[in-house]
Ligand binder design. Structure first.
Ligand SMILES: NC(=O)c1ccc[n+]([C@@H]2O[C@H](COP(=O)([O-])OP(=O)(O)OC[C@H]3O[C@@H](n4cnc5c(N)ncnc54)[C@H](OP(=O)(O)O)[C@@H]3O)[C@@H](O)[C@H]2O)c1
Length: 245
C-alpha cells in the first residue's frame, strides 16, 4: 500500500472511517484520525499508537479546518492521502420536515468534505501526486422519499468529487468516490429492511482496493450495488415516486 504513506482519515472514531484508518496503519502508513469523540479516537489509537494519531475536531467548525490541516501536516511531515468518511444520517419520520437535520447533513456530509478536500487538493496538485477518497453512498443516485437531506448530501458529495477528479487528475491526483450499499455500523444499527449488509472492515478493504488501483474514479462497495444503481436511475419518475424507500 505504498501510495498511502501519510494519511488523514476524517470520521475515524467508528464504522467505515475507523476500519479504513486501521487498515492504512496496518499497511504501514502514519494516520491522523479525526473526529469529535475523544474517547473513541483514543480507543482506535490504542490499536497502534505508533501509527494512529488522534485529533479531536468537529467538521462543522469549518473555519478551524486550515489550522488543523497544517498542524497534522507538520506532525506527519506531509500528507499524501485524505479520506473523508465523516457523515451523519439522522432518522426522518414520515411527515417530518426538519431544517435542523438537513442543515446538519449538508454541513457534515458536504461542506466539511469540501473544506478538507480543497486543502488537500491544492497541495496534491502542486505535488503532482496524492489520493483523495470520499465516502459517498448509493443513496446519492436518486432522490428517495425516505430522507431528502441525506440523498441530497450524498448526490452533492459525489458531484463535487467528480468535479475535483476532472480538475486535478491531469496533475496526477487520484480522486476516488466510494459508494457503499448497506454497511453494519452505528449509522444503520436498528434499521429494518437492510440487505447485502457487509462489515465496516469489508467495506474498508474493498474501498482501499479500489483506491489502490490508481486512476480509478471509484466504485460501489460491494460492486453488485452498481446494478441496483443502474436500475434505480432508469426508473421513470412516475414509478419511482410510488416506491416506499
Ligand atoms: N453505514 C452504511 O450503510 C453507509 C452506507 C453508505 C455510506 N455510508 C457513509 O459512510 C460514512 C461513514 O459512516 P458509518 O456508516 O461508518 O457511520 P458511523 O460509524 O456513524 O461513522 C460516522 C463517523 O463520522 C464522524 N462524524 C460525524 N459527525 C462529525 C462531525 N461533526 N465532526 C467530525 N466527525 C464527525 C463520526 O465521529 P464523531 O461522532 O466522533 O464525531 C464517525 O467517526 C458516512 O459518510 C456515511 O454516510 C454509510
Amino acid at each position: 500500500m505504498s501510495r498511502f504513506q501519510r494519511a488523514i482519515v476524517v470520521g475515524a472514531s467508528s464504522g467505515i472511517g475507523e476500519a479504513l484508518a486501521l487498515r492504512l496503519a496496518r499497511a504501514g502508513a502514519q494516520v491522523a484520525i479525526v473526529a469529535r469523540r475523544e474517547e473513541e479516537l483514543q480507543r482506535v489509537a490504542k490499536e497502534d499508537p505508533e501509527r494512529l494519531h488522534p485529533y479531536v475536531h468537529d467538521v462543522a467548525d469549518l473555519d478551524g479546518t486550515t489550522a488543523l490541516f497544517e498542524r497534522i501536516e507538520a506532525d506527519l511531515g506531509g500528507v499524501d492521502t485524505l479520506v473523508y468518511a465523516a457523515g451523519v444520517m439522522p432518522g426522518v419520520e414520515e411527515g417530518e420536515y426538519s431544517f435542523e437535520k438537513d442543515r446538519a447533513m449538508i454541513t457534515v456530509n458536504v461542506l466539511g468534505a469540501m473544506a478538507w478536500m480543497n486543502l488537500a487538493a491544492a497541495r496534491f496538485e502542486a505535488a503532482r501526486s496524492g489520493t483523495l477518497i470520499g465516502i459517498s453512498s448509493i443513496a446519492g443516485e436518486r432522490g428517495r422519499r425516505g430522507n431528502p437531506g441525506y440523498c441530497t448530501s450524498k448526490a452533492a458529495l459525489s458531484t463535487y468529487l467528480e468535479s475535483l477528479r476532472n480538475r486535478c487528475s491531469r496533475y496526477g491526483v487520484n480522486v476516488v468516490t466510494i459508494k457503499p450499499g448497506f454497511v453494519d455500523t452505528a449509522m444503520t444499527r436498528g434499521m429494518k429492511g437492510l440487505f447485502w449488509v457487509i462489515s465496516a472492515d469489508e467495506a474498508a478493504r474493498r474501498s482501499l482496493a479500489i483506491a489502490q488501483r490508481g486512476r480509478s474514479s471509484g466504485g460501489f462497495v460491494p460492486a453488485r450495488w452498481a446494478l441496483v444503481a443502474w436500475v434505480v436511475r432508469l426508473l421513470p419518475s412516475f414509478i419511482f415516486k410510488r416506491l416506499n424507500f
